[in-house]
Design a binder for this molecule. Structure first.
Ligand SMILES: [Ca+2]
Ligand SMILES: [Ca+2]
Length: 120
């Protein structure tokens, strides 16, 4: 599997044709259009409704963004996995999610995420 983030880092060594082909091959148009090294979008409502916020690395305390314990849906672009924690400072129970669109979150995760970080 190629790694979009690595392509970003190594972009100067590769041709634009190679980059475009890899991105389009592995991601749908919507995701590819917003992908530039991996992002997560979290939303306060299910089905990506309500307020949303985007991170490229993570956040150790979602209180800072007025987003504590409200996340109900998630979109992950790029090739990285992300880890979402029940407590601030990357503590407590967590779930790990790969690229994709998560319209709802499991009971116990929904409205409980307080910090998140990109893995690798
Ligand atoms: Ca919510
Ligand atoms: Ca929490």
């Amino acid at each position: 599997m190629s790694n979009i983030n690595n392509y970003g880092v190594d972009m100067n060594k590769k041709t634009l044709t190679e980059l475009s082909f890899s991105a389009v091959k592995e991601l749908n148009d919507e995701v590819a259009g917003t992908c530039s090294g991996g992002r997560v979008n979290i939303y306060e409502g299910i089905n990506f409704q309500g307020r949303g916020i985007t991170f490229s690395r993570g956040d150790g305390n979602l209180v800072n963004n007025n987003f504590n314990n409200v996340t109900s849906s998630i979109i992950i672009t790029g090739n990285e996995r992300w880890r979402f924690y029940k407590n601030a400072n990357f503590r407590g129970p967590f779930i790990t999610l790969g690229p994709g669109r998560y319209r709802t979150l499991a009971r116990g995760v929904n409205n409980s995420i307080s910090s998140l970080r990109r893995l690798s």
